[in-house]
Design a protein around this ligand. Structure first.
Ligand code: AMP
Length: 814
């Protein structure tokens, strides 16, 4: 086999020949291997059977001592070649060409199948194959279906393949290549030579098509192509003037072949000949799907490029091809997007096994109760530190209670919204706790926001009371007749005289704790209403970090940004110390200094800030044992740097609507970073689903929209029932009544092990494949959209170093 493989890989010299090499290897006295290597320019699949037939006749004749008597050929290949050149000119050529130009007008640049590895810049040819035997009954049913629909088996299988490719690629315009023997004249049937041609078969695989409709279309395309099969493929590619791309084959990247059963054994002149399988599979295309008719039914052979795909991915794809055929045989009226691809086992894996995240935590308790229990456990531990100032758990509790009593006095209770406009300070933590202890809902207002936006937020949230600092009251603006307390300057006069004991608990885990505004990609900011339970699920009984009284957390995120939820409650519900970062914008040097001096052990950074700290303050960052970064796509390079220097960390992901984190990927070793940095798996009491437009699970490796669920879900957008209903949809796979999922608008896919890979955002208007925004300069790269040449990009800085794309404006008429 090795010798045969080597022979097959040895090039021919086309200008000199010979273009055929033969070798006989003796294995035993009576067992030999005939290795026959021919250049494709002088042969094809059909020729191989002609050759074998003639060879056995000759062998038998010689072996019997006779004279071989093969009939004289009427034509030679050269005659055919001359004839073809003369014939394929003028009108004949025109007719062929104009058919193909029309059939292939505007074909897509490429079929973008989801690959396991990034595509090399220049096409490679390393290949392997996966074989899957289809059940005999299915093969028979597929044949019967073809007959009922007036199509050939080839057409039915091709239609199914094109549907599969459409589902995998999320494209509708699908071109697949297929070889055609080119022996449509009796005189050439007995010739050995290169007659085979390639046809490009195109289908418009709209998701709404039924199998019957798709098949009718594929049938037309095949018949049209057969009628114009003489146009040599190479000439056609030239004539179409396609933009060529070195990384892939032109026009199509997937080939489809339906083969007859190969000859098993030939007996001739006392010799028994049988084919020897050589595992040498060059990948001429991304994928070549061959179906072979055998006595046991159809055998599917999937030849793939090993630089793009793993065997298990291709095996899964083969399984989905079978599922698709099964679905259509059973119900041919099913639409392309409806047919189930996943096997029962795969469905169980993605829907159930990878979502087994339930863990115990006090889901019915309010945050104030949980905090008060912590105060009893660690009364004298330091709870908050701001510069030289610090409060123990007991002191913090007393102050928060006093504020709570005052707030209750002005009518704060369950579901009452309280505006919060306090910079990072001890008072900020006192205020948050005070509002919750009164039973109210805090609504952070960032005084640096434009007035218009603040007004919008205030009216949208329906604020009853304002808790602020003296210097910020002006910026936020007082609402007519609403009570306000300045936690700094009013303390002595209004709060200090209030009782210090815990107010009577009025909330449960289901009440709202805060409303946080997010920009969204379009339109006005919307207020996300988050219940107590969603917050406790983030920090209690969870799996992505180790919380405890020995930890030191940094409070760095603005309170209007839900990373603050992790920082504040990750400390206060565990007896840990919360170090308040000084108010105002930090510098990287100062942040580095605070990390070291305060001995911070647990830290969340936005991806952008992580990148900069890793680049400029790697030692300070290296001290932080539990580091999490998220908010944007994690760059592979910086992730590797951190790991290479021995530091572990987690890439965390999640929308505000599912309370801070939905998934995490903890990394300790370089190998845990692939071509991209995965966003990992759901955190405890959280579920993830990757679904298609029909809200059906997509296969592993195939992109879909990420839906998240579980106990972290927000109640919805305050005052926006329609928007809430649109984004928080009924859970399609849950037995629990009323359970919902949040559609994130993010496109992801499952990696084979169950980790999620983030691919981008789903956007109705313009597909933005990636954008990069750097500190000090705004550089937005709108990729992939040919219609966009200029765009205005609006960026907002949420956090120091975290610039976010808020909107982009593409000028008319693009
Ligand atoms: P927000 O609700 O403002 O926190 O924004 C959440 C969005 O930020 C997500 O829907 C993602 O589009 C993006 N995002 C958050 N974390 C990550 C991450 N680790 N990798 C990539 N994108 C992320």
């Amino acid at each position: 086999r090795r010798r045969a493989r080597e022979e097959a890989q040895r090039p021919f010299e086309l200008s000199r020949g010979p273009l055929l090499r033969a070798k006989v290897l003796r294995l035993e006295r009576e067992e030999h291997v005939l290795v026959l290597v021919m250049h494709h320019i002088v042969t094809d699949g059909w020729s191989a059977s002609v050759l074998l037939r003639e060879l056995s006749e000759l062998y038998a004749a010689f072996e019997a001592g006779g004279v071989p008597a093969l009939p004289e050929l009427a034509l030679q290949y050269a005659d055919y070649a001359v004839w073809q050149r003369q014939w394929l000119q003028g009108e004949v050529l025109e007719a062929q060409l104009s058919y193909w130009k029309k059939a292939l007008a505007g074909v897509p640049q490429a079929l973008e199948l989801p690959t396991d590895r990034p595509r090399p810049q220049v096409q490679t040819f390393r290949g392997a194959q996966v074989k899957v035997q289809l059940p005999l009954t299915l093969s028979q049913e597929v044949r019967a279906l073809s007959q009922r629909e007036g199509a050939t088996l080839f057409m039915t299988l091709l239609a199914a393949l094109q549907a599969l490719l459409a589902r995998y690629s999320e494209q509708t315009d699908i071109v697949v290549g297929t070889p055609i023997a080119g022996r449509n004249r009796r005189e050439v049937e007995g010739l050995i030579g290169f007659f085979v041609n390639t046809l490009a078969l195109r289908a418009d695989v709209q998701g709404a098509l039924s199998f019957k409709e798709l098949l009718a279309q594929v049938r037309e395309a095949c018949l049209g192509a057969y009628a114009h099969q003489e146009m040599p493929f190479e000439q056609m590619v030239d004539a179409l003037q396609l933009e060529r791309d070195l990384s892939r084959t032109p026009l199509f990247q997937v080939m489809f072949v339906l083969e007859n059963e190969p000859v098993r054994t030939v007996e001739c002149g006392g010799l028994s000949l049988k084919p020897l399988e050589v595992e040498f599979v060059p990948a001429k295309f991304d994928l070549t799907v061959g179906l072979q008719e055998t006595g046991q039914g159809l055998l599917s052979i999937w030849e793939y490029n090993t630089d793009l795909f793993d065997g298990e991915t291709v095996a899964r794809m083969a399984g989905h091809f079978q599922k698709l055929l099964e679905g259509w045989v059973a119900r041919p009226e099913q639409r392309v997007r409806e047919v189930q691809l996943l096997t029962e086992g795969e469905k169980r894996q993605v829907l159930e096994e990878w979502n087994r995240t339930e863990a115990e935590y006090p889901r019915d308790a309010s945050l104030s109760e949980l905090f008060e229990a912590q105060v009893r456990r660690t009364p004298v531990a330091v709870a908050v530190e701001y510069g030289e100032q610090r409060l123990t758990y007991e002191e913090l509790n007393r102050r928060a209670n006093q504020l709570a009593h005052w707030l209750k006095g002005v009518g704060v209770g369950p579901e009452v919204r309280v505006g919060l406009c306090v910079e990072r300070s001890l008072e900020l933590v006192v205020s948050v706790l005070g509002v919750l202890k009164a039973g109210g809902v805090y609504v952070p207002l960032d005084a640096s926001y434009p007035r218009e936006r603040l007004e919008w937020m205030k009216s949208e949230a329906g604020l009853a009371v304002l808790v602020a600092q003296e210097k910020l009251v002006e910026a936020v603006g007082l609402s007519e007749g609403r009570p306000v307390v300045r936690v700094d300057t009013d303390w002595e006069a209004l709060i200090a005289s209030q009782p210090e004991g815990n107010p009577k608990p009025v909330n449960s885990g289901a009440n709202l704790a805060y409303v946080m505004f997010t920009s969204g990609s379009t339109g006005r900011p919307k207020g996300v209403g988050v219940p107590h339970r969603a917050v406790s699920r983030l920090v209690l009984g969870t799996n992505y970090a180790r919380f405890g009284p020995e930890e030191v957390l940094l409070q760095l995120a603005p309170i209007a940004f839900d990373a603050s939820t992790l920082e504040v409650w990750g400390a206060l519900l565990h007896g840990a110390k919360l170090v308040m970062y000084p108010a105002g914008m930090p510098s990287l040097e100062e942040l580095g200094r605070v990390l070291v001096e305060s001995g911070v052990t647990m830290l969340f950074l936005t991806t952008a800030l992580f990148e900069q700290m890793q680049a400029r303050q790697p030692e300070a960052l290296g001290q932080v044992r539990q580091l999490m970064a998220g908010g944007e796509v994690m760059p592979v390079g910086r992730a590797r740097e951190r790991l290479a220097s021995g530091g572990a960390f987690s890439n965390v992901y999640g929308p505000t609507e599912n309370t801070t984190f939905s998934t995490y990927h903890r990394m300790e070793k370089l190998e845990q970073v692939g071509a991209t940095v995965s966003i990992g798996r759901p955190i405890a009491n959280t579920t993830t689903y990757v679904l298609d437009e029909e809200m059906q699970p997509v296969p592993v490796g195939v992109p879909g929209e990420l839906y998240v669920g579980g106990e972290g879900l927000a109640v919805g957008y305050v005052g926006r029932p329609e928007l809430t209903a649109e984004k928080f949809v009924p859970h399609p796979f849950s037995g629990k009544p009323g359970e919902r999922l949040y559609r994130t608008g993010d496109v992801v896919r499952y990696l084979p092990g169950g980790e999620l890979e983030f691919l981008g955002r789903r956007d109705e208007q313009v597909k933005i494949r990636g954008f990069r925004i750097e500190l000090g300069e705004v550089e937005a790269v709108l990729l992939q959209h040919p219609a966009v040449s200029t765009a205005t990009v609006i960026v907002r800085e949420d956090m120091p170093g975290n610039k976010r794309l808020v909107a982009y404006v593409v000028p008319e008429p693009a």
